[in-house]
Design a protein around this ligand. Structure first.
Ligand SMILES: [Ca+2]
Ligand SMILES: [Ca+2]
Length: 324
């Protein structure tokens, strides 16, 4: 009699030796603690191949996140949708194949066993749409997870905060200058070009076959216009951003605030922003000594063969080396 009444309530029933418990079916998906999306730029051209917090305007980056079934019901038909974010957009996302169904935790002899809950990895491609000097905050939402099991939608709550730099800032120091030309050159030197094939061979406006860098040889971090190769066309991006800087003073920069600042931009060792921090010191010195009209050139040879010149932030020299 009691069991019949319980069934009418629509709940699942668990029986233990001494009591009857009603269990409401709960569908819930959550990011695992500390497993939210963490963006950054993996540098291939540079001193230490560091993973920097800085992301260029317009770049598309990949990040992974782990989600767990924290309800009490098996979940079917997982899918990921985009959520509006002020400074980024979800290009696409994929779920670990074969993980369309996730078991939940369960009762064993009247005791809840959370450890039997299954999780899955979601890989996301995210494009940075915000302008340089803004902070993209993924914890404000970038994707949601839906299931066939209920109508509920679960928005991401974790995720990194990243400083957006200029599209032409190819060495991720927060400023567009001669140094970025050196990084572009280093990217060009290492690439291997092959015919671009999109199903059929693509020809350009001059009737010659369009070339593209091989996946392995492409230095994505310095591909200024994101077209899959380093070429003369990338110079127009540097020209557009030439002379712009995020640095506004000692340990101060555009975008610095509550979300992101000098002290937390490295995360808990998550990111290495030494190029950005080094440039901040140089810029702050130059601003302080008011030596803006003096051009200092200090060639630096790095392990990757990049030659850098150090110039003051406000040097009056254009991209082509002409005094203006
Ligand atoms: Ca730069
Ligand atoms: Ca390019």
């Amino acid at each position: 009699m009691l069991l019949a009444a319980v069934r009418l309530l629509g709940g699942d029933v668990a029986l233990s030796s001494s009591k009857i418990s009603l269990i409401r079916e709960i569908v819930r998906m959550e990011e695992e603690e500390g497993q939210g999306l963490t963006l950054g730029t993996q540098r291939t051209i540079g001193v230490k191949n560091e993973f920097t917090n800085l992301v260029r305007h317009g770049s598309t980056l990949e990040a992974n996140t782990h989600w767990r079934n924290t309800g009490n019901t098996t979940i079917d038909g997982l899918r990921v949708d985009a959520v509006h974010n002020e400074n980024a957009r979800l290009v696409n996302a994929s779920i670990d194949p074969g993980k369309g169904t996730l078991e939940s935790g369960r009762f064993v002899n009247g005791e809840w066993r959370a450890e039997s809950a299954e999780s899955t990895e979601i890989s996301a491609k995210i494009q940075i749409t915000g302008e340089a000097g803004k902070v993209v905050d993924l914890s404000e939402g970038i994707l949601s997870v839906a299931t066939d099991t209920s109508d509920q939608i679960f928005k991401n709550k974790q995720g990194s905060k990243n400083l957006i730099t200029y599209q032409g800032d190819l060495n991720y120091d927060g400023r567009v200058s001669f140094k970025d030309l050196a990084y572009l050159n280093a990217g060009a030197a290492r690439q291997v070009l092959v015919d671009k094939v999109d199903g059929i061979t693509t020809s350009n406006q001059f009737g010659t076959v369009e070339k593209i860098a091989t996946d392995k040889s492409l230095a994505r971090d310095v591909d200024a216009n994101y077209d899959g190769k380093i070429s003369i066309a990338d110079l127009s991006v540097l020209e557009k951003d030439w002379g712009k800087t995020l640095h506004t003073g000692n340990e101060a920069f555009l975008g610095s605030g509550e979300k992101l600042n000098w002290n937390n931009i490295d995360g808990n060792g998550t990111w290495d922003n030494s190029s950005f921090k080094r440039e901040n010191a140089i810029s702050a010195d130059a601003l302080a000594s008011n030596s803006a009209d003096t051009l200092q050139i200090e060639p630096v040879i790095h392990g990757s063969g990049v030659t850098e010149t150090t110039t003051t932030p406000n040097d009056k020299i254009d991209l082509f080396g002409t005094a203006t």
